[in-house]
Design a protein. Structure first.
Length: 112
């Protein structure tokens, strides 16, 4: 999945606040994109006044199992969220997550 494929939508300003100015002078509005990956992961990419890196106009992402409420920890992140991401960084992480569990799924299928 490419960063340009993400469809960002405005977030609730009552919860996430209105537009804010980044260090660069850029005005940013709280936004979120949800990507459902073929391996069953749901990825949330956000930028709002409480996200890691928002002050620099950068993004934060978190991962869930599709339909789940609990965030999952990603091994290479050592956390359930990763912040301070440029669009290029988001795309790199999306590509990594698309292949997440690939080996485990193949093993699980062979055991069934």
């Amino acid at each position: 999945m490419k960063f340009d494929d993400l469809e960002f939508k405005l977030m609730d300003i009552d919860i996430y606040g209105k537009s804010y100015k980044c260090e660069s002078g850029m005005v940013s509005t709280p936004c979120q994109a949800i990507a459902i990956l073929p391996n069953g992961l749901e990825v949330s990419v956000v930028r709002h006044g409480g996200s890691y890196g928002h002050e620099k106009g950068l993004f934060e992402m978190g991962v869930f199992h599709v339909g789940g409420d609990d965030m999952m920890e990603v091994d290479t992140w050592n956390d359930s969220v990763k912040g301070w991401l440029t669009p290029k960084d988001v795309q790199k992480e999306l590509e990594y997550l698309e292949n997440y569990f690939k080996g485990e799924k193949n093993i699980k299928k062979s055991l069934d």
